[in-house]
Design a binder for this molecule. Sequence first.
Ligand SMILES: Cc1cc2nc3c(=O)[nH]c(=O)nc-3n(C[C@H](O)[C@H](O)[C@H](O)COP(=O)(O)OP(=O)(O)OC[C@H]3O[C@@H](n4cnc5c(N)ncnc54)[C@H](O)[C@@H]3O)c2cc1C
Length: 403
Amino acid sequence: MTLTNWAGNTTFHAKDVHHPTSLDELRRLVAASVKVRALGSGHSFNHVADTSGDLVVLDRMPAVVEIDGAAATVRVNARMTYAELAHRLHRAGFALANMASLPHISVAGSVATGTHGSGVAQPSLAAAVSGIDLVTADGSLLSLSRGDADFPGAVVSAGALGVVTTLTLDLVPAFELRQYVREGLAAEVALAHFEAIMSSGYSVSLFTDYRDTRVWLKREEELTDADWYGTTAADGPRHPLPAMPAATCTPQLGVPGPWHERLPHFRADSPPSGAGDELQTELLLPREHAPGALRALFAIGDRIRPVLQISEVRCIAADDLWLSPFHGRDSVGVHFTWIRDVAAVMPVVELVEEALAPYAPIPHWGKLFTRWPECSEPFRALARRLDPEGKFGNDFTRALLGE
Ligand SMILES: Cc1cc2nc3c(=O)[nH]c(=O)nc-3n(C[C@H](O)[C@H](O)[C@H](O)COP(=O)(O)OP(=O)(O)OC[C@H]3O[C@@H](n4cnc5c(N)ncnc54)[C@H](O)[C@@H]3O)c2cc1C
């Protein structure tokens, strides 16, 4: 059977797909394999997870959810989804500080690509990882913790260092948020007050087609300003794609509720509507460039719109992970949900990359892009040391490492 990613635009070339059921079986498999790679939940839009050899899916490995209340951490198996995990954490009185828009993605696959949510004070999901266990090229198990010399290279790894089996994540006490959608944000207001708007909540997203702009505001406090930045309150629940019904979206209209039912845009108990009928690109830039970069995109909005479903603008705090697009820089992410037509979309991806080139963009490793930034030298050295024969290599990692 042909195996594809979630969007169906990428077909995997693996000779075999394996579902190991134990750590020993996984270690033997990796040691014996010439080319091997792990697949998470398959939500990336490019060939980052592909291999010409053995593709390993960890969905039959033992489930692990070990909460350490005193340390405020949880140890989880790699293929656990954020949806499953969040539910269990909340029941135990804990929370993750942040989540992505979609909770159905696996923990290991998400952190491997630097997946993030939004919030000026919120770093990416990878920044919550404090420990990681991975099976390396010779089949041995490597455990790294925050503070170890190689740790900053091992979390956002694009799967290039080994097969991650378990991760330890930082927790915070469970909390509540309200979610508001505000409509009619004028472009000039968004650009002039970008920092203030993006700092108005725990997590804030701008959704725009470079003509109409709406704000998704997630915060603890009630929003009482009826004329907030000249916007109006949505009169009912909204989907990020204006034409879509909001039934698959998390509750809005300012109703307080648990963190995991407000931080993701999409509900855990249903797939997002339009599931798979899209492509995505995202470019991450230093946050101070946000107004200039957005102005450049508004200027070419007429050329973007024919293949655009919606753009989302988010903020991500800096981290210290070598391959992270947020390494050492508080960032803004400009995301594009495209129509599912690769031939029509890719020229516009190049156009957008050209427009944002002056702003030092780094692509989201799990989405579509054409321009490769210079690879982090410590990461390149770590990849060569841990995987000298390129067992976990594929076309993506060869381009990433500049080989
Ligand atoms: C509808 C939708 C919404 C999205 N929303 C967001 C968002 O809000 N924010 C954001 O930043 N991104 C978002 N993304 C992108 C998504 O988060 C990333 O593509 C993420 O990597 C998907 O996780 P996955 O488990 O599907 O990974 P996969 O696509 O399966 O794999 C990604 C990488 O992780 C590696 N990997 C997976 N498991 C392991 C393992 N056990 N050991 C070692 N390497 C492993 C793979 O080899 C590959 O290199 C979205 C994608 C979709 C489809």
